[in-house]
Design a protein around this ligand. Sequence first.
Ligand code: N1C
Length: 249
Amino acid sequence: VVVVVVAVVLAVTLRKGKYTFEDRILARCEKFKGSDCRLIWAKFQKAYVGRDPCNVPMEAYDDFIAATQFKPECNRMMFWSKTKDVVHDFTEKRDCYVTLEDTLLGSVADGLTWCGRVGSSETLTTGCPRWTDCENNPVRSFWSRASAAFAEKACGNVTVMLNGSIETPFSPNSTFRSIEVKKFDATVMRSLNVVLVTQTNSVSNCTNASLKDLQKELAAGIRYSCKEVSEAQIRECSSNPEKPCGACW
Ligand code: N1C
């Protein structure tokens, strides 16, 4: 028994040590055929390696963004704020919309934490600053820069899922409000269509004050709409592939 336990523990530790952060990024990148993943990894790590983890501005990822050359899918782009679970449950099961995490740009880093250290060429995955510890941390700056790139390219009719269970669905400190809406370009974008995800105890509807602010902050020429849709209805559509995308709400 002791031998077996030791062997299992050893196997698990060795295996754990085998998949480095670099391996994980490369594996995710390689799902996108035709990408130069070595180059993309080199540009990604250049942003934060050897730097103070509270001193990585969003511009540090400019070369990474340039290397991922993202091509937008007009009329299918999906943004979100405080609705990550329901959105990704939907996009994973149905091929109706594309979120940033479904593109090479966002998928490489989704759910991960990383940072560097002065005087080291390594990527650390523990002991890194959290989202609000300091503004210029590697993870937050990454999402700011990637979100800006994704929003800049938003074209045609664009959808955003906002959370109707909170008082301020268009939340001031969110990436969606502070970065993405500011980057929307009226010359390529026709409309922004809010899907306000409601639950039985929802506190907000389409007349919410923060949604009035959203209409004001939207560049002139971009149409706006809002629709309240229950989370149950969205989940129902996620699990019914025979239902056309346009009939979900
Ligand atoms: O701050 P948010 O939401 O408004 O950001 C969401 C918004 C989306 O439209 C995305 O395009 O910004 C983009 N984005 C991501 O794609 C993303 N993937 C993972 C922003 N943040 C992202 N994350 C993580 O979710 C990130 O680490 C941060 O902590 C949350 C932000 O979620 P939010 O506040 O619900």
